[in-house]
Structure formats: structure tokens, C-alpha cells
Design a protein. Structure first.
Length: 258
């Protein structure tokens, strides 16, 4: 397996941003691979999914040891996301679309997912404030079904674009579980991302859309990047990082959609 320094440098850049913002690599790595490095959209998505599975496994271990994972929430999300991932990949492999049309579909879904992620980053507090009263009226059973449905939606989005498990997942969980501490929300979202991205990544691997050399190069840069970014995060205000990242995602997402 050959290591490409340019891909490792890209992994380092994305790792730094992940460490500072908490947003998953899908919203950053996949468009970088497609737009700047010329990687085929399907290969970029498939490789990034396994990239996310490896990096978020480490995060899950840390959160698990710190008891900041609500495993009941993780199970309900997985009840929706794992079957949805399997169905999405099955349909994608059996729909006889020309390669150019498949690439266009992946790019469009990715662009929309990036824009939704940007909105969730920029307006999370405002949206939560508007929805707070209505959400309190939901029964426990309704919340559980909405959690499973959320997992299913994330399964479809992540399978097609590799985006959605991070910022979007956290935003919806804050909606549904306002009384759970934020640390548990983040930990549960990261823990759920592991089986989701692993299943989707393995599915893409079986479909032949994973580049293992690319994956190794990315991880070589991203692992130290995440560590450094996490250290820097303590010294950089969130109000500086969040708008800049959101604007970048809007620009990239709009480019992919158009």
C-alpha cells in the first residue's frame, strides 16, 4: 500500500478542523477529495466512510470510558440506520444508472447534506428555542419512534454522501432529548456513527468504491491532526470557528449542487 503525502496533508488539515469543531470528516473530507483532488465521487464517499469509522471508534472508546454514551439512544438510532443503510446500498447497486448520472446524484446529495449541516451549525440555538415547547408535548413512545426514524434518515444520507452523522445527528438528538447532558448527546452520536459508517463503508467496499491506499494516507495525517486540533480548540473561541466553517460548507455544498 503506497502512501501519498498530498492525501496525508489533506487528512492532517481535516483532522485539525475536526479536533477544533467536532464536525465529522464527511462534511470536510469528501468534498475536498472530489473538488480539489479529483477523486471519483463514489470512491470519495466510500473511502471517507471507513475513514470515519476508524477515527470515531477512538472517540467512542473515550466517551465510553467517561460514561458519556447513552447506549439506549444509540440502539434506537441503529435500529433505523443499519437497515436503511443496507437498503440504500442495495438499491444503489441495482439501479442501472450511467456512471456520469450516478456521480451527479452523489454530488447533489452531498451538496444538500453540506448545506443542511451548515444550517444546523449556524442556527442550532434558534431552532432549538422554537421547537422546545412542541417537543415537550411528545410522549416517550413518540420520541423513541422519532429516534428510530432519525437513524433511518441518517442512514440514507450517510450511505449516499458520507455526511450527516455529525452535526445533523447532534442537532436532532438535542431536539429529542433536551434533558440529556450535551456530553452524552455528543458521545451517543459518535458511538452511533461507528456502526453506521462501518456498515456503509463495508457496503461501498463490496461495491468496489473504496481505495485502501487513499484510506491509509488520509489516516496517517488525520490522527495527529485530530490530536493537535483538540489541543488548539481550547484556545480558539467557538464563535470564531463555527461561522467560518458553516460558510465554507455552504459554498462547497452550493458548488456541488449546481
Amino acid at each position: 500500500m503506497s502512501i501519498d503525502p498530498l492525501y496525508s496533508l489533506s487528512g492532517l488539515f481535516v483532522g485539525l478542523l475536526i479536533g477544533q469543531t467536532g464536525v465529522g470528516g464527511g462534511s470536510l473530507m469528501t468534498p475536498l477529495l472530489i473538488l480539489l483532488l479529483g477523486v471519483h465521487p463514489a470512491t470519495a464517499v466510500g473511502t471517507d466512510l471507513l475513514f470515519a469509522a476508524v477515527t470515531k471508534s477512538t472517540g467512542t472508546l473515550v466517551h465510553g470510558l467517561n460514561k458519556t454514551v447513552n447506549w439506549q439512544v444509540v440502539r434506537m438510532l441503529a435500529m433505523g440506520s443499519v437497515p436503511a443503510t443496507g437498503i440504500t446500498l442495495f438499491l444503489a447497486s441495482h439501479i442501472a444508472l450511467p456512471t456520469a448520472e450516478k456521480s451527479a446524484l452523489v454530488s447533489t446529495v452531498l451538496g444538500v447534506a453540506l448545506i443542511l449541516t451548515a444550517i444546523s451549525l449556524m442556527f442550532r440555538k434558534q431552532v432549538l428555542a422554537l421547537a422546545a415547547e412542541r417537543l415537550e408535548m411528545l410522549s416517550v413512545k413518540q420520541v423513541r419512534w422519532l429516534t428510530v426514524f432519525t437513524g433511518a434518515v441518517l442512514g440514507v444520507l450517510v450511505s449516499l454522501s458520507s455526511v450527516g452523522a455529525g452535526a445533523l445527528g447532534v442537532t436532532v438528538l438535542i431536539f429529542l432529548y433536551p434533558r440529556i447532558p450535551l456530553a452524552q448527546i455528543v458521545g451517543s452520536d459518535i458511538a452511533h456513527a461507528v456502526p453506521l459508517t462501518l456498515c456503509a463503508g463495508v457496503g461501498h467496499w463490496l461495491l468496489g468504491s473504496v481505495d485502501l491506499s487513499l484510506l491509509g494516507s488520509l489516516l496517517l495525517g488525520s490522527i495527529p491532526g485530530v490530536i493537535i486540533g483538540s489541543e488548539v480548540a481550547a484556545h480558539v473561541p467557538e464563535w470564531v470557528l463555527r461561522p467560518g466553517l458553516a460558510m465554507m460548507l455552504v459554498v462547497v455544498g452550493s458548488t456541488l449542487v449546481v
